[in-house]
Design a protein around this ligand. Sequence first.
Ligand code: PLP
Length: 339
Amino acid sequence: MEPVDRSTIWPYREGEPGQFFYQRYAHPTGVEAEQALGELDGGRALLFSSGMGAVTSVILGLLEPGARIALADGAYYGVERLFRTELTRWGVDVVEFDQTGPPPEGVQLVWLETPSNPLLSFPDLAASVEAAHAQEARVVVDATAATPVLLRPLEHGADIVVHSATKYLGGHSDVLLGVAVCRSEDDHRRLLEFRGHTGVVAAPDPAWLLLRGLQTLTVRVERQSASALEVARRLQAHPAVERVRYPGLGDERAARYMRSGFGGLLSFDVAGGAEAARSVETSTHLIKNATSLGGVHSVLETRRRWEGDRVPEQLVRLSVGLEPVDELWADLEQALPGG
Ligand code: PLP
């Protein structure tokens, strides 16, 4: 890793701008991070100021006004909200579909999420890519919860991968960033241009923190996946838990596409409804009651407060961190009804 370079300007050489001349267009720390991210996902990466910055740029930068988008139902609620509020104002038409089957006809872009947050549905990637490409639509995969350690959607025919780098890629809950990784040179060039025009850029310090986080990405994700699988199995056997959602509990599509684990994100329904779920989220000690996911510390929360009836009222989302799994389980067990 090079030291962070916070310059906003670099001198011209012999009267001409070089690769770096003004921070909004490119800076050395950002380019270093993009090279690392591009290698991880097998494409050309661009950093953005947040995950939502990356999502917005992909849609507004690559589509024409009035475009029709097939959006996986259960995709991250912030994406759904962006599409339904801001983008529909610009004439973008959104049609939701069940991502476990093929996408609808007549769209210019198919938006998938692997696995979805927080319902953990997993798309049929091959079927979606085939159906999308048959109608010349791009496939974008939000692989935030999988990370390139477990899934590289470009290898399965997707055109663009996006991540909220705020989650596992940064990994320490101290940096807000997004990334889009493109298969095609044209998409990459267009998004670079769009980012420069709009200024949805990542600053050097977050980019440097991301580079530091990436150094431990694989060990973190493997450990989080192993712990999450163990916690999911124990939750499934617990009498106060009605349902556990985790791709490692027999999801055949996820097993076909994910390697060496199923990630650190899971959700479960607490028997006894909303009140029982609220009691769980306020009764853990080691596991903090906080939002987000992908950090080294475990966090959990009921999602109804944010997502309304998109999720069951008794659903608790858990992001498993790096704590010893027996300590995590002891904390959950005492917080669950009967504990
Ligand atoms: N995509 C997914 C799956 C997410 O979980 C999130 C944030 O929670 C985002 C995108 C948006 O990322 P950010 O919060 O970095 O803007």
